[in-house]
Design a binder for this molecule. Structure first.
Ligand SMILES: C[S@@+](CC[C@H](N)C(=O)[O-])C[C@H]1O[C@@H](n2cnc3c(N)ncnc32)[C@H](O)[C@@H]1O
Length: 330
């Protein structure tokens, strides 16, 4: 399978990140999704020599690219890990103790996959080019998409495609995929897309100028394979509570499922109760203050120049001095 020339990932909402996650002199920054280091490069370019920047990513190839791009910068440390588990990592804890004992000035979580991952057919994320059915962000751990699919029943697969892809035709799509798997014809990304098209024809979507019908199913399987939403709320809360007072957390999401979790977690930590009946069962401690309550989206120029930015939303919150009780509701 030929690998087309890979274009670099363009960091989304970069200006909004720079404007809303200011790094003070000798600032301490944690980037939980370093990727190819696009945001890191821009943040470090503005920061002083006393700044320290810790970049974490679960993908070894992303870390390699970030290292090649920024590795000469003595302010930067790169760690392998996930934002769910890095908190227990010895190297991470050592860095925090040595560099940021009072907490962090800025934490960035730019969720999802990078263009590098999406555009490399060998990673198996894309329905536009033939590749193995892999979809692991860290190709060294966990099971591939094909192995994951092999463990599904019609019902569990349909549930995942519905929950993580918001695909209304999840049941017939799941049946078509498993039919292809059991017939021995499901090996590659194009085979998976072809199974989806038997239920949701691509030509119809094209005629109606709708997104490719395989988009939602690929998203769902990728989220399931990587466990992307399982502990996201906890990771966001941990990131927020690792800030020092006045420090800021930015979370960039790319679809409504991620954004809902980011929004609800930040609102809860801001003392806002979103449960049924709008009546808080207890006083919620307020650890954060929301900045731009609805989040920030790409402007026209960015959306035109970098299509992935069209679905991105940046939510920002600032750590308060100490937890403050609140009874206020939105
Ligand atoms: C959208 S990209 C980040 C791009 C980066 N901000 C840049 O400008 O180059 C998301 C990155 O997060 C990584 N990632 C996804 N889930 C992760 C997790 N649970 N823990 C750590 N990294 C994760 C992916 O491997 C990917 O490199």
């Amino acid at each position: 399978m030929a690998t087309p020339e890979l274009t670099l990932h363009v960091p989304v909402l970069l200006q909004e990140v720079l404007d809303n996650l200011p790094v003070p002199a000798a600032g301490r920054v944690l980037d939980l999704t370093l990727g190819l280091g696009g945001h890191a490069e821009a943040i470090l370019a503005r920061a002083d020599a006393g700044t320290r920047y810790l970049g974490v990513d679960r993908d070894p190839r992303a870390r390699e690219r970030a290292l090649a791009r920024l590795g000469g910068d003595p302010r930067l440390t790169i760690l392998a890990g996930t934002y769910e588990d890095i908190w227990e990592d010895d190297c991470f804890q050592g860095w925090m103790l040595a560099e940021a004992p009072e907490g962090l000035d800025a934490v960035l979580m730019d969720l999802g996959v990078s263009s590098l991952q999406l555009k490399d057919p060998e990673r198996g994320f894309s329905f536009q080019a033939e590749g193995p059915l892999d979809m692991r962000m860290d190709p060294e751990t966990g099971i591939t998409a094909l192995e994951w699919l092999s463990g599904q029943s019609d019902a569990t697969l349909a549930d995942a495609i519905y929950a993580y892809g918001e695909e209304r035709a999840s049941r017939p799509v799941a049946r078509a995929i498993l039919r292809s798997l059991h017939a021995g014809t499901l090996h590659t990304t194009l085979d998976l897309a072809a199974a989806v098209y038997t239920v949701l024809p691509r030509e119809v979507a094209r005629r109606k100028k709708q997104i490719d019908p395989a988009t939602r199913t690929f998203q769902a399987i990728r989220i399931a394979v990587n466990g992307e939403l399982e502990r996201l709320a906890k990771a966001i809360a941990q990131a927020a509570l690792s800030l020092k007072p006045g420090g800021r957390l930015g979370v960039i999401s790319f679809h409504s499922l991620e954004d809902r979790i980011a929004k609800q977690t930040l609102r809860r930590l801001s003392g806002i109760y979103d449960g049924p009946g709008r009546s808080a069962p207890e006083v919620l401690p307020r650890h954060l203050r929301l900045i731009h309550a609805g989040g920030l989206k790409a402007g026209e120029a960015e959306a035109g120049a970098n299509p992935p930015s069209r679905s991105a939303r940046l939510r920002i919150a600032e750590r308060l001095d100490c937890p403050q009780p609140t009874r206020t509701k939105p």
